[in-house]
Design a protein around this ligand. Structure first.
Ligand code: GLC
Ligand code: CA
Length: 550
């Protein structure tokens, strides 16, 4: 799909396990998604990204795939999937599947054959010699501990950049690359229009594996030596004209330009995460620090300008199933929850790129604030609990950290109603529903014309209405301001001025004096007229449009 076409689209992410349960087993499923298609069509979104729905032991909630060509019975049947695709299509909505090809579950038959001694399948994975207790390199798994696991049947170590049950695939092997292409064709044949590629910039490993004396090993395999070749190959043979988005872990701007500039023939767009690390201390997610707003703004500007200059294309977003809820993180969970949710939405949806909405974001859902280990489900969080405990971090502090950083904050079930379990299930939910579903839920939002939900709906509609939002030139404003993020978008003689106050106090702004009197397209507070010097209210966002002159 051409960038200019992509620019008018909006993607909605569904964490299937937590979206809607249809049969009372406490687990969201495909018929549940189908039953909510009218709600999603009402929002105006173009694609539904479904997190992995394949058979899986669920160590990492489906990112540990045991069979790439089937549906996990917990989520339904292939028939249910086909029904979902067809019903979505009727509403003008495409399906984006999540493709996890950096690794498979160790339950996958390829891995099982490998450990049973089949050399062909051993070559599908990455093995190194060693002796038990002395891994080949000091690389660390992203979920804690060594990235190597001793496998006694093979008498070697295998690499796992994530959980020990997620064995990294050997992309050097052309047979692996062929398998990947075949799988993509299989799903294209089922009517899938788009793919999200999980941690895809980690697939190309270095020729020599060596200790990392200044990190966890990521500098050796991130945006690795043959990554562009592999993506070009896939693009050429694998997925043709499907929309594709790559999840890029710890990537660089230069690489992302190459991944997405259409002349390169690799991907449609990318997720990068630098702007979601400005509240990490020394890059460590598990050390709390107040958000460094200046750095956040500088990163947004850098990626907007850099991708624009290089002809690349960003996926733009605040959250997903791996991130805490944005109102809890960058906004205000209390008094200003709704205005701050609207402000954050404005900041993202007026950018150059394709916006992603993560389920519940459009309701202004908040973090879960669990206080006990048995409330957590995520393998990253439970591993981290034990690591922090071993480091002597007091229990209370551990829960403060998990309360702010755990991926389960973004995974609690969708809050549909004020009723039991928020209308997510009639059974016992696999992960507790946030208690604030009594106040924050889709039914309440649908009944209130001023709700966060209708605000999102309007943002989506504005993108479709105004080409300046889709393809206008981005330029930063007020780069030195400690509270306000602002920018312009320009197309022909038309200019949008976007202002967002990220603070709970009023903020004075200095804006360009442009000819004509602008129309205010949307805002998180009541309308106030545009003026080159004006004062924004707490968490106020507003978008002003100066029409083309003459
Ligand atoms: C991606 C997914 C995350 C998963 C990891 C390993 O980052 O978004 O949920 O744990 O890859 O597959
Ligand atoms: Ca179910």
């Amino acid at each position: 799909m051409k960038q200019s076409e992509l620019a008018g689209k909006v993607v909605y992410q569904i964490y299937v396990k937590s979206f809607q349960d249809s049969n009372g087993d406490g687990i969201g499923d495909l018929p549940g998604v189908t039953s909510r298609l009218d709600y999603l069509a009402g929002l105006g979104v173009d694609y539904l990204w479904l997190t992995p729905i394949y058979p899986s032991p669920q160590r990492d909630n489906g990112y540990d795939v045991a069979d790439y060509r089937a549906i996990n019975p917990q989520y339904g049947t292939m028939q249910d999937f086909e029904t979902l695709c067809a019903e979505a299509k009727k509403r003008g909505i495409g399906i984006m599947l999540d493709m996890v090809f950096n690794h498979t579950s160790t339950d996958h038959q390829w891995f099982q054959k490998a450990i049973a001694g089949d050399k062909t399948y051993q070559d599908y994975y990455i093995w190194r010699d060693g002796v038990p207790g002395a891994p080949p390199t000091n690389w660390e798994s992203k979920f804690g501990g060594s990235a190597w696991q001793w496998e006694e049947h093979v008498g070697k170590y295998y690499l796992h950049l994530f959980d020990v049950t997620q064995a990294d695939l050997n992309w050097e092997n052309p047979a692996v690359r062929r398998e990947v292409c075949d799988i993509l064709h299989f799903w294209r044949g089922k009517g899938v229009d788009a793919f999200r590629f999980d941690v895809v910039n980690l697939i190309s490993k270095p020729d020599v594996f060596e200790d990392d004396d200044r990190g966890d090993g990521r500098r050796f395999y991130t945006d690795g030596p043959r990554i562009h070749q592999y993506l070009k190959e896939l693009h050429a043979q694998g997925f043709g004209d499907a929309v594709t988005v790559g999840e890029m872990s710890s990537t660089s701007l230069d690489n992302c330009v190459r991944y997405t500039n259409p002349d390169e023939g690799e991907l449609s767009m990318v997720f990068s995460f630098h702007h979601l690390k400005t509240d990490y201390k020394n890059g460590d997610k598990w050390q709390l620090e107040p958000n460094r707003f200046g750095e956040l703004k500088a990163l947004l500007d850098k990626w907007q300008l850099g991708m624009q200059a290089g002809g690349g294309w960003n996926a733009v977003f605040w959250c997903n199933h791996d991130q805490p809820r944005p109102v809890s993180r960058f906004g205000d969970e209390g008094r200003y929850r709704e205005v701050s949710a609207k402000m954050l939405a404005t900041a993202i949806h007026m950018l150059r790129g394709t916006p992603y909405i993560y389920q519940g974001e459009e309701l202004g859902m908040t973090n879960a604030h669990f206080t006990r280990l048995d409330q957590y489900r995520d393998v990253e969080s439970t591993n981290r609990y034990h690591i922090l405990k071993e480091q002597g971090v007091p229990e209370e502090e551990i829960f403060r950290i998990l309360g702010a950083r755990s991926r389960d904050n973004g995974r609690t079930p969708m809050q549909w109603t004020a009723g039991p379990n928020g209308g997510f299930t009639t059974g016992t939910p696999w992960l507790a529903v946030n208690e604030n579903t009594a106040a924050i839920n889709a039914a309440a939002c649908l009944a209130d014309p001023d709700s966060v939900l209708y605000y999102y709906k309007k943002l989506v509609a504005l993108r479709k209405q105004y080409p300046v939002i889709q393809v206008g030139e981005y330029a930063p404003l007020m780069t030195g301001s400690p509270d306000v993020y602002a920018y312009t978008r320009t197309l022909g003689g038309e200019t949008l001025v976007v202002v967002c106050n990220f603070c709970a106090r009023p903020a004075a702004v200095t804006l360009p004096a442009l000819p004509g009197s602008p129309e205010r397209l949307i805002g998180s507070w009541d309308e106030q007229p545009y003026a080159p010097s004006m004062t924004l209210r707490p968490y106020e966002a507003a978008v002003y449009r100066f029409a083309a002159q003459g």
